[in-house]
Design a protein. Sequence first.
Length: 269
Amino acid sequence: MTTNTVHGRSQNRVLEPATEHPFDHEPPDRHRRQKLLPWLDDAAQERIYGSTVLIARVGGLGGPLTQSLAMAGVGRIIFYHDGNLLDEDLHRMVLMSPDGVGRPRAPQAIESLQRRGRPETRVEGFDARIRPQDAARWMEVADLAIGAAPTYEERLTLGDAARRAGKPFVDAAMYDDETHLLCVHPSEGACLRCLIPESPKWRDDFPVVAAVSATVGNMAAYQCLRILAGAPVPWGRLIHFDLESMDFRKTKLPQNRECPTCIAGTEPI
Ligand SMILES: [Zn+2]
């Protein structure tokens, strides 16, 4: 006989012999509800579990993006994000916490993503900006590259490496109230460099509110999951969403005949 206290009241309970083994039950299925989506059946979920993504930056845009991928069961997340956390990052970087101000962002993001993923999820983060040689090496094992950096340099690096490896690339960006999203096919149609041949200068202290950066981050995460699941996506369409006017535009991006990335194409294996 044992005594338990429930809401401050004492009760006596006799422990009965177990009539069923606890492991006779099916283990809980964390992803049962998302598998009710028509494009996300058991086989598609298994593909997501077995997938590897490479992403540049896990800040205001890439943080919510990778958080959604980890929660949806993506098996391996490799990211690059350099620098120490500033107090003024905390209004938009969902993977960081006030305790981490003054310390590198990458370890904090690893811990947050690991906590949100499955026990089997692998998260590898680097306190550095991604270089072309890093992107080329990782694209040998990654199924998808994701550009979530504010600089075109990092996003073009990933886009080039993905096309070279014959892998898909998702690019997401925001400025002020405006957002852009582009899904680049592994081998066909326009790439990011068709649109932006060279990295333009950018404003370091660009205007950003988390509601906007997280919106486009999650729009990108949704397209990433569809790609990993094998569902159709709007390849080569530049999606522009202005949250202030709530105008949504989808434009077919023309391939630039002089684009060096498209001319080089996929590296022969
Ligand atoms: Zn191109």
